[in-house]
Each structure stands twice: as structure tokens, then as C-alpha cells.
Design a protein around this ligand. Structure first.
Ligand code: ARG
Length: 587
């Protein structure tokens, strides 16, 4: 199956060749959906752009293009409009049959655009001995959606959780652990106690700077393989991973590899030496830097520091080792990092260094940083996230994610109680968990990642507007129509849709556009493109269901409308699943 846009583009390209435009100075371009239905469903701007480029009348060129358009069952009509556009109108018969064809397809007609391609995606990536903070929550939500979207499109995806599990914080933690830990507190809340030890270290070291020296010595011992320190470090990692895993299980997030920073610890010195030997890096003031101006002129005055004067490696050094490993191991077409937007500069440097040091084998890999904005409270307060690359203090914004997820389910439960008081208690909790977690996810995914988002329970749980409950409810309504009609949804075989009302046709059109939308979302790394489209489908469904009778319509009309309801539900369910939301049969 191909997308509507692809198939129409193919037709227009054939016409362009037949009309003798093949060698034109303007590249053939895909047709695009029109903004308004009175201009048809899709339009080609090719003749318009060709006319501009050649300084000939675009309308005349559009007429030639139109005349050469091969006949197709897809089209009801095509016409020249405006300054030289060709407007394309899909035939209702084709559209209605196509909706049914896709609705019974396991992939609802979405081609595997990414087949044969590989992507490495680095997301979540929290730090050992600290709670995940809101930044890690956003990274997990956005990363998981990009992961699912690409996997659905046929990409081979390697999801790598780049845990912060190495560095100078462990020396501090070891000193604090030996000197002032509270065993009872550790037993009841391991990460909470580790975090307290770490924060206290900062406070005490201000008064007693000798602590810093002790910590440095312990870090050095750990790095040299001292068994006692090694054992402590392993314990800190294990208890932290346990807590992270419980959040992932609840969010349904799975990684293929968890190669934390420590995975690369033995490569750091070698990489710096190698870059020095090959002339890619140079000494500067006793430290080692990579100059980037030759590959990225804007970075002329911003060399990348890869070894400090005391010989220590940095966050950037680890990321060079990391990207080298990924390129060598998986030869990916895409490497994607999902972090706080404030790490953008760091990643720009890593990518530039990759280009420069050809030994990293960058090849034709797209390297992308998907940066996200801040999370704010309704009163405008910023929930603090990581303070720039390499920073280690969690600050006041560190959250117990379990508490946040519990709160989400509890808030959702009040909505469920209100809507579905007749369901058994147990089921109401299951719905509340799906709606609550879905609401948190969707509040994030419905925005451009780079935007700041506001954490507002009543908004994200509202049954009106662009929210998870609204979309989930639209799907549940579709399913309830089938229950009412006593038709088994899972074995239902839809016939062709015969769109009569404008609202039916618009809904059918939106359903057919889904593959294009998913491909767009992946291309620009924005799950919000998909969310926006699902919202449109839910709105169009509400309008259709408002205007059109379904179950009590005459039998042929009823069959067509049930097919449309079926297709709507399948489309919403697949779309919601790609965003990590569970489509419920009822709520
Ligand atoms: N652990 C880092 C943090 O908490 C994120 C790591 C992102 N990935 C990477 N390869 N640098 O901010």
C-alpha cells in the first residue's frame, strides 16, 4: 500500500514527463494536502513553481500538466486553479473503498518506510544515586514515542539508556556513605538516602574542604578498581536501576541496551591520545581540546574540551566514545539524543567533532539532538531540571516519579468515577491508571518538544480539548457503538464506506492521511504532529456522530457508517499506541 500523497505524486510526475517537463529546472515535488476542501483534497504546485522559474505563465503550464494527467480511479476530477495550481479531488468511491481496505490491514495501510534502516536512540538516561527528575520524565516520554513511531515504520531501532553511572560523584558518595549514612533511611528509600548523602556532602565540604580531597582519592581508587569501592558502586547502581526499572515497567518502556557512561570508561584516555596523535586534537594550557571551526565556522571560538589539565575526562569525552561505539556497532542511518534543550550546544560540539575526526566513521549518519523545554507549574514556577551538561546537582526539582504517576492515577480516578460509576472498582482503577499516565504523556507529546509545558492536572485530564481523555474517550465511544449493536468488533469485516455527508467524507479523508502524518512525525522528530492529527480525527468523529445517525440509519447507510466508525477506532488505537497511550474499549 502506498500513501495517497505518494500515489497522486506519481500520477502528477507521469503527467509532467508526458507534458515534456522532465528536464525542467524545477525539481518534481510531492503533492500536498489542500488547506481548504473547496480547493480539492490535494494540490500540485509544480506548474506554479516552474512558471515562476522560467518566467512563463504558470496557468498555461498547469493546463498542459492537467491535460497530460493519466486517468485514475483515484480521481473524481482535477482542475487548474488560482495562479497555476492543479487541484485534485479524490473520488468518493475510491476513498470509501480505500478506508475499508486500510481498516482491516494490520498496519492500517502504513507502508514500512523505514525498512532496512537503523536508528540508535538515546533517551531517559537518568543518573545513578539520584532520583529521575522531570527532565528524565520528558526524555522518557518523548524518546519512547519516537522509538515506537520508528519501529512501527519498519526501522530497526536500538534504544540505548545512557545511564550516568560514572564520574566524580561516586567518590563523594563513598565518603558520605562511610561517614554519615542512615541505614534505616537507606532501607526504606535507597535512592532518597543516597541523594541526601550527596547533597549533604556539598554542604559539609563547604565547611571542611578536606572532604573534597578525600572524595577525589576515593574516586581514584574506584577508577583503579579497588574492590571495596567497586562493590559500593555496584550496589548504588543496582538499587538505582531497580527504581528506574519500576518506572519503566509502569510506563511500558523497554531498552535494547543500557550502556551507561561506565561502559566507556576504559576507552576515554585512548580516544584523547588517538585524537592527539592524528592531529585532530591539540594541547592548550595543559588541557586537550578539539578545534571545531574548520567543520563548523560558528564554533570557531568554541573548541571542545576533552581532557582537563588534571588529566580527567569529561562528559564530552564519554560522548565521543559513545558515538564511536554506536557508529561502529550498528552503522546506523540515524542517531538521536533526547535531552533537555540546554544540552544542545554540547551535542552540536559532539556532532561537529564527529564530522571532523573521520576516524569516528560518521559516514552518512544523521545525528540529531531532540531538545525539550522546561516543565512549569500552573503558577508559572519552573520545575528545575539538570543545570546544563555535566552538572550533577539535582536541585529542588527532583521528583519521586512514582509519586507523580500515583498522583496521575488518583486524579484520573475522580474523572472515571464521574463518567463510569457503574463499572467495577477494579476496572475503574485500571482505567484510571491508563488515563492518568496517558494524560501525563499526552500533555507532553501534544506539544512541540522544544516548547515549555505546563503541568496542570485539570487541563490534562479535561474531557474537552486536545487531551488524552478526550482522544481515549472518542475511541471508547466508537467501541460502545459496536457493543450497542451487539457486533463483535474484533471479527467485524467492514465494507466500503459511502460518504454522504460532508462530515463523513472529511473523517474518511483524515483517516487516509494517517500514513503521511506518521512519516512526517518521524521525519521531523515530532510526535506532536501525530497527536495533532489524532485530535483532528477525534473532532471530525464527534462532528460526524453529531450529524449522522449510525445504528438507526437505513441498512446500507448503517453498514457504511459502521465501517467508518470501525476505521476511526482502529486509526485512533494505532495512533494512541504509537504515543504510548492505551486505547481502552470503554471508560
Ligand atoms: N545523564 C544525562 C543527564 O541526566 C543525560 C545523558 C544523555 N545522553 C548522552 N549520550 N549524553 O542529563
Amino acid at each position: 500500500m502506498s500513501t495517497v500523497a505518494h500515489a497522486l505524486t506519481e500520477l502528477v510526475n507521469q503527467a509532467a514527463i508526458a507534458a515534456g517537463f522532465a528536464d525542467s529546472p524545477v525539481a518534481m515535488e510531492p503533492v500536498v494536502p489542500t488547506n481548504e476542501s473547496r480547493f480539492g483534497d490535494y494540490q500540485s504546485n509544480f506548474a506554479f513553481r516552474l512558471g515562476k522559474a522560467q518566467k512563463t505563465n504558470p496557468r498555461a503550464l498547469a493546463e498542459r500538466l492537467l491535460a497530460a494527467l493519466p486517468p485514475s480511479p483515484m480521481l473524481a476530477k482535477a482542475e487548474v486553479a488560482g495562479a497555476g495550481f492543479v487541484n485534485l479531488y479524490l473520488s468518493d468511491a475510491w476513498l470509501g473503498a480505500e478506508v475499508a481496505r486500510r481498516a482491516i490491514d494490520a498496519r492500517i495501510g502504513v507502508p514500512a518506510f523505514g525498512a532496512g534502516k537503523t536508528m540508535v536512540i538515546d533517551y531517559s538516561s537518568p543518573n545513578i544515586a539520584k532520583r529521575m527528575h522531570v527532565g528524565h520524565l520528558r526524555s522518557t516520554i518523548i524518546g519512547a514515542a519516537l522509538h515506537r513511531i520508528h519501529a512501527f515504520l519498519g526501522w530497526t531501532v536500538i534504544a540505548d539508556n545512557h545511564i550516568g553511572d560514572w564520574g566524580t560523584q561516586f567518590g563523594k558518595l563513598i565518603v558520605a556513605w562511610r561517614s554519615w549514612r542512615d541505614d534505616a533511611a537507606y532501607t526504606s528509600d535507597p535512592i532518597g538516602e543516597l541523594q541526601r548523602l550527596y547533597v549533604d556532602f556539598g554542604v559539609r565540604a563547604k565547611e571542611n574542604p578536606a572532604l573534597e580531597d578525600e572524595a577525589r582519592a576515593e574516586t581514584a581508587k574506584l577508577q583503579a578498581g579497588d574492590p571495596e569501592n567497586r562493590e559500593l558502586w555496584e550496589r548504588f547502581c543496582a538499587v538505582s536501576m531497580q527504581e528506574f526499572e519500576s518506572v519503566y515497567a509502569r510506563l511500558g518502556v523497554k531498552f535494547d541496551v543500557v550502556h551507561g557512561e561506565s561502559f566507556y570508561r576504559d576507552e576515554l584516555a585512548g580516544i584523547v591520545d588517538e585524537l592527539l596523535a592524528k592531529g585532530f586534537a591539540e594541547e592548550s594550557d595543559g588541557a586537550v581540546i578539539v578545534r571545531l571551526g574548520d567543520v563548523e565556522p560558528s564554533m570557531e571560538n568554541q573548541p571542545m574540551l576533552i581532557r582537563k589539565r588534571d588529566g580527567a575526562a569529561l562528559y564530552a569525552t564519554t560522548d565521543l566514545a559513545t558515538i564511536r561505539h554506536r557508529l561502529r556497532t550498528w552503522a546506523p542511518d540515524r542517531v538521536v539524543y533526547v535531552t533537555d534543550i540546554r544540552q544542545r550546544h554540547h551535542f552540536e560540539q559532539v556532532f561537529a567533532a564527529c564530522k571532523k575526526t573521520s576516524f569516528l566513521g560518521a559516514g552518512s549518519t544523521d545525528m540529531v539532538h531532540v531538545g525539550f523545554g522546561m516543565l512549569k507549574m500552573p503558577d508559572g514556577a519552573i520545575v528545575s531540571t539538570r543545570k546544563g551538561a555535566g552538572a550533577s546537582s539535582d536541585g529542588p526539582g527532583s521528583l519521586n516519579l512514582k509519586d507523580v504517576l500515583d498522583a496521575a492515577a488518583a486524579h484520573a480516578r475522580t474523572v472515571v468515577d464521574h463518567k463510569s460509576a457503574m463499572l467495577p472498582d477494579e476496572e475503574r482503577w485500571q482505567i484510571a491508571e491508563a488515563v492518568g499516565l496517558g494524560a501525563i504523556r499526552y500533555a507532553d507529546l501534544s506539544q512541540n518538544p522544544a516548547s515549555d509545558i505546563t503541568f496542570d492536572w485539570s487541563k490534562m485530564l479535561s474531557l474537552d480539548g486536545n487531551t488524552a481523555p478526550y482522544l481515549m474517550y472518542a475511541n471508547a465511544r466508537c467501541r460502545s457503538i459496536f457493543r450497542k449493536a451487539e457486533i463483535d468488533f474484533d471479527t467485524f469485516v467492514p465494507g466500503a464506506v459511502v460518504p454522504e455527508a460532508a462530515s463523513e467524507r472529511a473523517l474518511a479523508m483524515a483517516i487516509l492521511r494517517l500514513p503521511e502524518v506518521i512519516a512526517d512525525a518521524a521525519r521531523i522528530y515530532r510526535p506532536s504532529v501525530l497527536a495533532e492529527h489524532l485530535y483532528q480525527i477525534a473532532n471530525l468523529f464527534a462532528r460526524f456522530y453529531d450529524e449522522c445517525r449510525v445504528l438507526d440509519a437505513p441498512s446500507e447507510v448503517r453498514a457504511s457508517r459502521l465501517a467508518l466508525v470501525y476505521a476511526t477506532s482502529r486509526t485512533l488505537a494505532v495512533g494512541l499506541d504509537l504515543l504510548g497511550l492505551r486505547a481502552l474499549d470503554r471508560m
